[in-house]
Design a protein around this ligand. Structure first.
Ligand code: AMP
Length: 503
């Protein structure tokens, strides 16, 4: 049996001449070149002595060669371990040691700072791969032949380890099998109706599950093409949109594009699907996008550990503020967080998921893994509810829950009310240490451009809509909320910044 995931992709290859990707400056890579290039990368890894199950850690900028390396790892039987390009040498050192990586691939210009760290962490080979088709690994790939005998890997063998962004505690390595990735991508092809006619706008990073698996694997299984862009650049997305059919982005993509007057119904006429995920899409953004383009953004929900869990329907209601229905084959339940007892519709509790999409556990952390599962379900850490139509709604991460004077406050409920006020662009509600209440509900608010709404008017509006204990004790105004590259608001940063507010 060949390497399971790559084999599934290869079986669906369109003709070798078909374009797989085109970069912003017009460089094209065909499916034939993808097959050759990934074989060469696999050959290069084999020449380094990479054995089945070895971890190949990669911290490089987005490039076609980086994708070939991902596929090359699959074909060589290695476990692909992509790292956020923002990680510092000290952080990289942790991941390399924790994963016991045997090969580390970095940008040529970072070799001097990273090679000593890698060697100290026990890495056997340090190679480079740059965005200009340069680097030692690229040279080794060029020197390898375009045919490679793929290393046998079954559905349950590991294909990748992705470290969770881990805003609290240690970052954990999520082990994903060939079938975790294949089954989820195959499901998404089906539910999102991806075909070989699709042309995807790909401007997401490829060290994260969204850009690497949701976008790339799905597109590959459909045999489609993509514009492969280094990062979110609204002008570039708008330039290419008339030639594309779908886009997958984080909510920031949509808010940034909405700021551009060129975004019109005409410009998006060739598009059939806009997908959003990785962070909550404001209901307001959903409505504004619909009004401007005539397209209802399809919001979905997933995480590194589980791939995708739910999606709004392709045909049917795409509900603003909801993350949709469980994907086929995926079970989602909401439970009482402490006991795991399933709750009724519309009751808020812990979201738990089960299915072929759910990872194999955290690398080297069997106890942690065991504690995050109960009754076969993975405890996501997200709080939410399932409404009477079966749509899942997320109200926030469990760790973001505010407990004030013994009462639970779900930040999203308060944020939704604040966001609906004229003059408010968005908000983040957090709990800060408070000597009387344990935690004090606090709102951090971004005004819409030119608006002058102040603390007094927000407080007055909330008084009539929310129970007293849910009302923020203080409101802080900022120009922007801190976000990570996946568009997630970093509430831990806000909590840290304002930790002495009630001291
Ligand atoms: P990550 O592992 O980086 O993909 O982060 C996963 C987390 O992102 C989930 O546990 C959710 O908290 C959040 N997330 C992903 N998609 C959505 C969404 N559509 N709406 C709200 N939160 C989301």
């Amino acid at each position: 049996m060949p390497a399971f995931l790559y084999d599934q992709i290869q079986r669906r290859f369109p003709s070798p001449d078909k374009v797989f990707l085109e970069t912003g400056d017009g460089r094209k890579l065909t499916y034939g070149e993808l097959a050759d290039g990934s074989a060469r990368m696999a050959g290069a890894l084999a020449s380094l002595g990479v054995a089945p199950g070895d971890r190949v850690a990669v911290q490089v900028e987005k490039s076609p060669e980086a994708l070939l390396l991902y596929l090359g790892c699959l074909r060589a039987g290695a476990i692909f371990l992509p790292l956020n390009t923002a990680y510092t040498p000290a952080e990289v050192s942790y991941f390399l040691s924790d994963a016991g990586a045997s090969v580390f691939v970095c940008e040529p210009h970072r070799l001097d700072s990273l090679a000593p760290v890698a060697t100290k962490s026990g890495v056997r080979h340090v190679e480079t791969l740059g965005v200009a088709q340069d680097g030692t690994l690229v040279a080794k790939a060029d020197a390898s032949g375009p045919s490679f005998q793929d290393v046998e890997r079954g559905p349950d063998d590991l294909a990748a380890i992705l470290y969770t962004s881990g805003t609290t505690g240690r970052s954990k390595g999520a082990m994903l099998s060939h079938d975790n990735l294949y089954s989820n991508a195959a499901t998404l092809v089906e539910v999102w109706r991806m075909t070989a006619d699709d042309v995807l706008l790909h401007a997401l990073p490829i060290y994260h599950t969204h850009g690497l698996f949701v976008a790339t694997n799905t597109l590959l299984l459909a045999g489609g093409s993509m514009f492969f862009l280094p990062k979110l650049d609204p002008a570039e997305l708008l330039r290419l949109m008339p030639r594309a059919t779908c886009m997958m982005g984080v909510p920031t993509f949509y808010t940034r594009l909405l700021q551009r007057p060129e975004l019109t119904r005409d410009l998006t006429a060739h598009m059939r699907l806009f997908v959003s995920g990785s962070a909550p899409l404001l209901a307001e953004t959903h409505r504004e996008w619909n009004a401007r383009t005539g397209h209802a953004i399809l919001e979905r929900y997933g995480m590194t550990e589980t791939n995708m869990n739910t999606s709004n329907p392709y045909v049917g209601d795409r509900v603003p503020g909801a993350v949709g229905l469980p994907l086929p084959g995926v079970s989602v339940q909401v439970t009482e967080p402490d006991t795991g007892t399933p709750l009724a519709s519309n009751e808020i509790g812990m979201i738990e998921v089960k299915g072929p999409n759910v990872f194999k556990g955290y690398w080297n952390m069997p106890e942690k893994t065991a504690s995050e599962f109960r009754n076969g379900f993975f405890i996501t850490g997200d709080l939410g509810k399932i409404d009477e139509k079966g749509y899942v709604h997320i109200v926030g991460r469990g760790k973001d829950l505010v407990i004030t004077g013994g009462f639970n406050v779900y930040p999203k409920e308060v944020e939704d009310v604040i966001d609906s006020l004229a003059g408010v662009f968005e908000s983040a509600v957090i709990g800060l240490p408070h000597k009387d209440f344990g935690e004090g509900v606090t709102a951090v608010v971004v005004r819409t451009a030119g608006a002058t709404i102040d603390e007094k008017s927000i407080t007055a509006a909330l008084e009539v809509q929310l129970a007293k204990f849910k009302q923020p004790k203080k409101i802080i105004f900022v120009d922007d909320l801190p976000r990570n590259t996946m568009g997630k608001v970093q509430k831990n940063v806000l909590r840290d910044t304002y930790k002495t507010l009630y001291a």
